[in-house]
Each structure stands twice: as structure tokens, then as C-alpha cells.
Design a protein around this ligand. Structure first.
Ligand code: MTE
Length: 320
């Protein structure tokens, strides 16, 4: 069963896959030992083009953002070859090749629901809505692996202020493209497509919540959620909905893909919490991709000072 498979991947296989990646680097003459290479955005640089629209093209005007961790950044090669993107495949190594079939231009994002100013944004106008910042965030998957990723984007709150939510709006829903012609994985009902995710409005307005267009200073590769995704560093990775086509403001908690698939395993909040185990494994430790030994997982993934007040008084075992 799929969900079991996801869980089974988390520990032993992550180690061996990570070592496998390093071995491939070694064979390619690109590295010598696991974790010994600091690759700074080297792969996939394509020929010069007028518009930065393809994964690997430089994004202009990126400034250094806030909340950046100075932990060692995960190499570009690992960030872009070890992906969860079930619309393409349940295997983590396959989206890198299969997602090449995704057409990211033209692309629109419909922002609708309980807002005063609903609007359909063309991706290039969305990209220019605010100054692009580099945000180096920890990225913790519920399966137990983690990375450090220099994302490029701007706080989602910038978009929220454009569309002006009504007083009745309490939640935001994100929806991924669902096109079997471009996404071979959606031909299989491993999840109830389209992939949806959601946040409370205050979470969505938190400055850490990043509307993301790139990584390592370049346009997002398709497998990482091009042309636009959300990134929520204090939550498990599955909350970060990729390749978004719709954003809807609502008064009720939106249904979310993984919660529908396994409600007792994946809650609405999904804040990183080492003290609340997944029903089938501990969340106390994580394996940073490229490292051998596990490290302790931090409360709210290390963003406690920034986000804890949003959950004051809540029983985090109940609201997992
Ligand atoms: N978004 C969509 N549409 N489909 C997915 O399968 N996987 C999620 C999340 N967003 C997923 C998704 C999971 S489980 C994780 S851990 C992150 O994307 C992985 O992001 P990355 O591949 O850029 O590391």
C-alpha cells in the first residue's frame, strides 16, 4: 500500500539512497566523500533567454531575505533529484525526469473566494508583485529526512494584502494543477487529486510563509514545484503545495490531500514537533540529506520564536 511504502522509505532507504546519490557523484568525478562538496547552484544552467522562465535560469533582482539559517546548504543536485511530487511519481528519483513534461508558461493562478479583489494572476505578473528574497530555510519531511534550501520568493502576505480577504475569511486553500496529459502520476488514484493543502489565515499571513519561485537564485526546476509553490518551514514538507493554480480564501478549514488519505496520520496543522510521533514512527530525529548520523528535530523545525505564539493554548497532540 502506498502510504506504507512512503513510511518504509523514511529511514534505511533514505540512508542508502543518499549514499547512492553520493556514489553517483563520486563516479561522475564530482565529489569524493559524502557531504564533502558544497555545490552552489551549478546544475541545469540553460542557454541565455530573455525571460527567466525555465528551471535553472537566473532570477533577477533577488535580495538577501530575513530568517536565514547559516547551516550548510544542501547541494542543488540533491534538492532537485530527491523529490516528493506524486503527480509525477511516488518514487523520489523519478520526478526530476518526468516533470520535464510540465509546461510552466503560460500559467495562471486564480485567487478567489472570500476576498474583496479576486484576481487571476499571470505567473509573470505574480513574480513581479514584490521584491524577490533569498530565504535559506530548513525543510523537514514527515518521513524523517531534511534539507537546507535557499529558496527565492516573497512573503505570501504580500499577495494576501493585494486581494484583501473579507472579515469572514479564516482559511486559505492551495490547489495544484491536475492534468493527466502532463502529469503521469495523476492517472493513478494514489491521492484524491488535485493535491490540496491549507492554512489558517494567520499562518498564511506569517512572514515566514514564502510564495516561492526559485532556489539557489534560479527559477524553480519543475520537480520542485514550478512555476510557483508555497514554502512553510515550520511545518512538515507536505504542507508546501507545489505548482499552484488556485488559491481560495474560505471560512471553513479546507480538506487537504494527505489528511483525506490518512486522517489519523496527517493532521491539518502538521507543525514539525519532535514530541508528537507519527503513529508509525518517531519524529524526534531526522536525517539531513548528505549526512550519516541523525540529528535531533527541533520544535517547529527551529522556528519556535517566530511561530509558537500562533498555537498558544492549543493541545498540539490533538491538533497535529
Ligand atoms: N505538492 C504536490 N502538488 N504534490 C506532492 O506530491 N509532496 C509534498 C510537498 N508538496 C507534494 C507537494 C511533500 S510530501 C514534500 S516533503 C515536499 O513537497 C517536497 O518538496 P521538494 O521535492 O521540493 O523537496
Amino acid at each position: 500500500m502506498l502510504i506504507k511504502k512512503t513510511a518504509d522509505i523514511r529511514s534505511s532507504q533514505v540512508t542508502s539512497k543518499s549514499l547512492y546519490l553520493d556514489r553517483r557523484k563520486f563516479l561522475a568525478g564530482a565529489a569524493t566523500l559524502a557531504g564533502a562538496v558544497a555545490v552552489g547552484g551549478v546544475a541545469c544552467v540553460s542557454a541565455a533567454a530573455p525571460e527567466p522562465t525555465q528551471g535553472g535560469q537566473k532570477l533577477p533582482g533577488v535580495v538577501k531575505g530575513q530568517f536565514n539559517t547559516d547551516e550548510k546548504q544542501t547541494p542543488y543536485k540533491d534538492i532537485t533529484n530527491y523529490n516528493n511530487f506524486y503527480e509525477f511519481a511516488t518514487d523520489k528519483y523519478e520526478p526530476a525526469a518526468l516533470a520535464k513534461s510540465l509546461r510552466t508558461r503560460p500559467w495562471t493562478v486564480k485567487v478567489e473566494g472570500m476576498v474583496q479583489k479576486p484576481k487571476t494572476y499571470d505567473i509573470d505578473s505574480l513574480l513581479k508583485l514584490a521584491t524577490l528574497e533569498e530565504r535559506v530555510y530548513r525543510h523537514r519531511c514527515v518521513e524523517g529526512w531534511s534539507m537546507v534550501i535557499p529558496w527565492v520568493g516573497y512573503s505570501f502576505s504580500k499577495l494576501i494584502s493585494q486581494v484583501q480577504p473579507l472579515g469572514s475569511a479564516k482559511y486559505v486553500e492551495f490547489t495544484t494543477l491536475n492534468d493527466p496529459a502532463q502529469m503521469p502520476g495523476v492517472r493513478y488514484r494514489v491521492l484524491d487529486w488535485p493535491y490540496t493543502e491549507g492554512l489558517r489565515l494567520d499562518e498564511a499571513n506569517h512572514p515566514l510563509a514564502l510564495l516561492t519561485f526559485g532556489l539557489y537564485g534560479e527559477v524553480l526546476p519543475n520537480q520542485d514545484g514550478a512555476p510557483v509553490r508555497i514554502v512553510l518551514p515550520w511545518k512538515y514538507g507536505f504542507k508546501s503545495c507545489k505548482s499552484i493554480v488556485r488559491i481560495r480564501f474560505m471560512d471553513k478549514e479546507p480538506a487537504t490531500a494527505w489528511n483525506k488519505a490518512a486522517p489519523n496520520e496527517y493532521g491539518f496543522y502538521s507543525n514539525v514537533n519532535p514530541n508528537v510521533d507519527h503513529p508509525r514512527w518517531s519524529q524526534a530525529k531526522e536525517r539531513r540529506i548528505g549526512e550519516f548520523f541523525k540529528r535531533p528535530t527541533l520544535m517547529f523545525n527551529g522556528y519556535r520564536d517566530q511561530v509558537a505564539s500562533m498555537y498558544a493554548g492549543m493541545d498540539l497532540k490533538k491538533y497535529y
